[in-house]
Write a protein that binds this ligand. Sequence first.
Ligand code: NAD
Ligand code: MG
Length: 365
Amino acid sequence: MRNVVILGATGSIGQSALKVARDIPDRMRIVGMSAHSNAEALAMAAREFPEAKTVISSGPDGIDRLVELATMREADLVLLAIVGTAGLRPALAAIEAGKDIAVASKEILVMAGEIVMEAARRKGVRVLPVDSEHSAIFQCLEGRDAASVRRLILTCSGGPFRKTPAAELQQVTPQMALRHPTWSMGRKITVDSATLFNKALEMIEARWLFNIGMERVEVVIHPQSIVHSMVEFVDHSILAQLSHSDMCLPIQYAVTCPDRVGNSLRPLDFASLGSLEFEAPRKQDFPALDLAVEAGSLGGTRPAVLNAANEVAVDAFLSGRIAFPGIWKLVTGVLQKCPHVENPTLEELFSADTEARAIARSLIF
Ligand code: NAD
Ligand code: MG
C-alpha cells in the first residue's frame, strides 16, 4: 500500500490519479490533495477521500501549504501534477523529507533537473516518471542504466497541425490549438503539444530522468499514440511500451512499480488497430525541437529560460496577444536576450526564470 499526496488534484492528471485510487484501492491510499483555485472540485474529491488532508494553494502562503502537504508524515509518495514550475519547491521539500516523487510536472525537471536528481540521489529516494513517454522508457529500461542504451526514442502524436502547411500556421486560433487529436489534457500542455514544445520539454526531461546526453534523445512522430516511447539498447535491440492513450496507466505504474497490478483499463486489440505509423518530425516548421536540443546540450540556466519563456508565450497566445508562430519567435527572442549562467544554484535558476518571464513580457508589449 502506498500513501500518496497529490499536488494539483483537480487537474487532468490529478483527476486521473483519483481514478487510479478508485481502481486499485488496496494499493493506493490518498492522504493529501491540493487545488489552486477550484475549491468546489477539491471539496468533491474530499467527500470521496475523507481521510485526505486538503490544501488550497492560491493564497499568499500557497507554497508553504504545498510544502506542508508534500512533507506530511503519513505520505510516502508525492505526485506532482501542478502545471508549470510552482511544484518545484514542494518537490525538493518532499525529497528532503525522504519521500519518493512521481513527476507529471515536466517543467520542474526542465528547470532544475540536475538539482532534483542530485537531491534524490543524496537522499536515496526515487524520481518516478508519470509522463507517458518517460513511463514507457522507465518500463523498457527496468533499472538498466544509460551505459546499456544507444538511443531513447520519444514518440510524438504530432499534434493537431501535423499536416498543416507552414504558411497556414499564422491563422491558428487558441480554439484550434486546444483540440488535440489523441489526448485530453490541461490547456497549457495541449498548446505545447501543438507547437511541439511539449516534446521539446520532454527531451530535456528524459535527459535528466535517465542521465543521458541530449544527442542520444530522439523524436519520431507516431500519430496513433499507441507506442508511448522506445529504448534502443547498445546491441540494437529495441523495446517499446504500448497501450491505449490513458494517463491512468503511467500513474498506476508509478504507484505500484515494479509490481504489475490488474485494473479496469481497456485492453489493446491489435487486429482492430490495423496499422501504426511513424514519420520524421517537421523540424523546420516546428522549431521547438531544435531549440530544446540546443538548450538541453548547453545546460545551465538555458532550459529554465526556455521553459519560462514558453509559459509566458502560451499564456499570451491563449489570451490573443500573439499569433501561434509567435510562441516560437518569443522563446527564440528570450533565449537570445537572457544571459547564460553555468552550474547555477537553485536561487540562480529562480532568478533566470523570473528574468526570462520579464524579458518575454517586454517583447510582447
Ligand atoms: P491542468 O491544468 O489540468 O491542472 C493543473 C493543476 O495544477 C490543477 O489542479 C490546478 O489547481 C493546479 N495549479 C495550477 N496552477 C497552480 C499553481 N500556481 N500552484 C499550485 N497549483 C496550481 O494540467 P494537467 O494537464 O493536469 O497537467 C499537469 C502537469 O502534468 C503539467 O506539467 C503537464 O505538462 C503534465 N502532464 C500532463 C498530462 C496530461 O495528460 N494532462 C500528460 C503528461 C504530463
Ligand atoms: Mg508526454
